[in-house]
Design a protein around this ligand. Sequence first.
Ligand SMILES: [Zn+2]
Length: 304
Amino acid sequence: MVGAEDNYQDHDLTTMYHEFIQEFNHINGVFDILNEFMQLWEENIWESLFNLHCQWKNPLELQGNLKSAPEKLILVLAINNGIQPNKRYENYSDAVYANSALFTVDYDSFQYLHIFLEKLYTFYLGRDLVVDDLWALHKSDLSERILGGLDLFNLFSGNLFLGDKFFQDIKNVTWGEDSIIFFKKFHNLFFTFLFEDQGESETTYNLELEKILVLLAHSGAVLSDNQKIDYKCVLRAYKTLFKIIKTDITSLSDKRYYAGFLLCEDCNELYPLLEDEAPFDFSSCSCGGELEYLSSVDGNQFKK
Ligand SMILES: [Zn+2]
């Protein structure tokens, strides 16, 4: 990692870094991932996502609107293929994190991916999510693209469908002995670098990312017709995660679910959105005022 030495002020971390490099520098692509990780760090992305994580509340729960949650295709497919939610932990409580088996794929893995995408969507929107955002996000094929296309997820459009076989195969994937050690040490290095003190929020942030990376590594093995996760799958999982983070995912959402209105906060003008329009396509009102999005439900209430 060129130029990164200065950032490793802590002695333990320096030692950890050098040991890691010594052990794994023969793996093709390892420095690319280190560099990409540092790039995201320099752009304060890890910090921004961590702050969102700390404040995170299930958006629908906040709005007292849990019943209007969109069904998530991936979760339905997972359940149909015997990947069942743990009934004791139905809500996004901390208990979920504590009870997930780390290096396997289970129902929580898919759930974490969805929650992570919601946070990232908030990040790119620059505001809290409303119900229509959740529909536009979860009714899009984004999570299917991610699991079925990995680092090429942005290239697939609407022609990628994950079948039952994918979910059956993903359950049978196992870790290679070397690759699990590689993954554990790699991830530990990243997180030791990000957080000197690791409290509860740091731990849950770490676990969420780790769980998603494990899921992506499993997908990588399935896609390469391999029963075992090797180094390549681990590196591709990181590459995919970084690419997801760097992609403005609002462009991949399904705009049809924005059936509401934009309201100008200055002149009170209401603009209904057309089928191929989303609130983030408009920056301001013709009067220069700021626009606020009202979901169709709110808009109707406004009109009465
Ligand atoms: Zn206006």
